[in-house]
Design a protein around this ligand. Structure first.
Ligand SMILES: *Cc1c(COP(=O)(O)O)cnc(C)c1O
Length: 459
């Protein structure tokens, strides 16, 4: 059969708000044209993020009731630990309330002034947590990884030559660890090949630098390896995961993604001394080592989520649904980052709205307009999120200007996806009407979450 179906049936439903265009205009004004300020009761299809927005399975909800709320030594923690170890093989598994808590703890130990931490592409919170310790975060994607219109299998890869250059330039002693983000979220949800993980590790071994995976979407990455990388077509998803993690000295994970749950995260490592330091900070700031800031019932849901996420039928549907949306848009000529990645489609705002210069935030303008068209929320990943200013106050744009439509796991049906495609295509067809924007207020770190915008005056 060729028809892609959701490999589940629906047991419980939640109605979604249907709004009209005039109201949506007002909601945007009240939100300072920043979709992060929109209320969910005004959103029809929410594609802001795939993080923590998963629909849990009946078995996970059953686990929530069955959770063991003991402060220490909870049965639910041991189930969680077993499930994570089964996939990652790590010795020390330390729960945190979400991914950035894991990052904050790790970098408060290994970061600091004069330290440099490379990655294929840092996620915004990873970069934020590194820079908060006064360390430097550097991105080393491959050249094709930052070309949105070039099709390749593993555009999430680390550029090994650039990594070597960087290590030689700043010196091994300045690099406490190297990260590798699978899949590469800020780089378009693009996968990293097994070969690239292996080669990154080999290079780091020459210098004795540990490798940590930012493994939020490890299962989606493993699925891409299975369908695209030679030699893995007959391996199970779990075997592929095991091999990916075998090259790493540790990992941070936001389990709000491939944990198929609404909250959670962890740090895992084989380094006992590091694990002891992590646990000390965990107890001071997150909670005891067998819950790390989570309710134990959340650990129960995660334990079940990790079993479900490595199911190949689930992953086929998951990646297929994102591709279905991408294909519909491409067929209408909408410029996208290609190939479509694991968890989202990314509009290429530079080609979508070429009349708006990066410093006037073309992606933000598109995100606002798609909300106006259909009540659909997305997020800009470009100059708003990663733009900087030079010493003269001039705008330094990141390599790509994107608008991300993230697909929550197991939440929306095919007709919801059709609706999203229709709204985006409508905006694309009248794209010359899109106007540039400016920021009228911003925070010092991670400004995109709370920045306030206005449209530029028409000349
Ligand atoms: C979501 C995410 C994080 C941060 O996790 P939170 O749970 O949101 O704190 C870190 N890295 C990547 C690649 C992510 O996608």
């Amino acid at each position: 059969m060729k028809t892609l179906i959701e490999p589940f049936k629906i047991k419980s439903v939640e109605s979604i708000p249907i709004t009209n265009a005039a109201d949506r205009e007002k909601f945007l004004i009240n939100s300072f044209y920043n979709p992060f300020f929109l209320r969910s009761e005004h959103i029809t299809i929410d594609m802001l993020t795939d993080s923590g927005t998963t629909a849990m399975s009946a078995k996970q909800w059953a686990g929530i009731i069955d959770g063991d709320e003991a402060y220490a030594g909870s049965r639910s923690y041991y189930k969680f630990e077993d499930a994570v170890r089964d996939i990652t093989g790590f010795d020390h598994i330390i729960p945190t309330h979400q991914g950035r808590a894991a990052e904050r703890i790790l970098f408060s130990i290994l970061g600091g002034e004069h330290k440099v931490i490379p990655n294929n592409t840092h996620f915004d919170t990873t970069r934020g947590n590194i820079e908060f310790t006064k360390a430097t975060a550097i991105d080393l994607p491959t050249d094709i990884g930052i070309k949105p219109d070039v099709i390749a299998d593993f555009k999430g890869n680390m550029d090994i030559d650039k990594l070597r250059e960087a290590i030689e330039r700043v010196g091994r002693k300045s690099i406490p660890l190297c990260m590798l983000t699978i899949t590469n979220n800020s780089g378009g949800g693009q996968p990293v090949s097994m070969q690239n993980i292996r080669e990154t590790k080999q290079l780091l071994n020459e210098y004795g630098i540990p490798l940590f995976l930012d493994s939020c979407r490890f299962a989606e990455n493993a699925y891409f390896i299975k369908i695209r990388e030679k030699g893995y077509e007959n391996k199970s998803i779990k075997e592929i995961c095991r091999e990916m993690f075998s090259y790493a000295d540790g990992t941070t994970m936001s389990a709000k993604k491939d944990g198929l749950s609404n909250t959670g995260g962890f740090i895992a490592t084989n380094n006992e001394r590091l694990a002891e330091k992590i646990k000390t900070i965990l107890i001071i700031t997150e909670g005891f080592i067998t819950y790390g800031g989570l309710a134990r019932r959340d650990l129960e849901a995660l334990a079940q989520g990790f079993k479900e996420v490595v199911d190949e039928n689930y992953l086929k549907y998951r990646i297929g649904q994102v591709q279905y949306l991408g294909d519909k848009l491409l067929a209408a000529g909408v410029p996208l980052l290609v190939p479509t990645g694991g968890h989202a489609i990314y509009l290429d705002a530079k080609r979508f709205a070429p009349h708006i210069r990066p410093e006037f935030f073309p992606g933000q303008s598109i995100a606002n307009e798609v909300y106006k068209a259909g009540g659909i929320r997305s997020v800009e990943i470009g100059s708003v999120m990663f733009g900087r200013k030079d010493e003269f106050g001039r705008h330094i744009a990141p390599p790509m200007e994107l608008v991300r439509f993230a697909v929550p796991r197991r939440v929306y049906t095919k007709s919801h996806i059709d609706y999203v495609a229709e709204a985006i295509i409508e905006v694309y067809e009248s794209r010359e009407k899109l106007r540039g924007m400016k920021i009228v207020w911003e925070a010092e770190f991670l400004r995109h979450f709370t920045a306030k915008f206005e449209y530029l005056q028409q000349k």
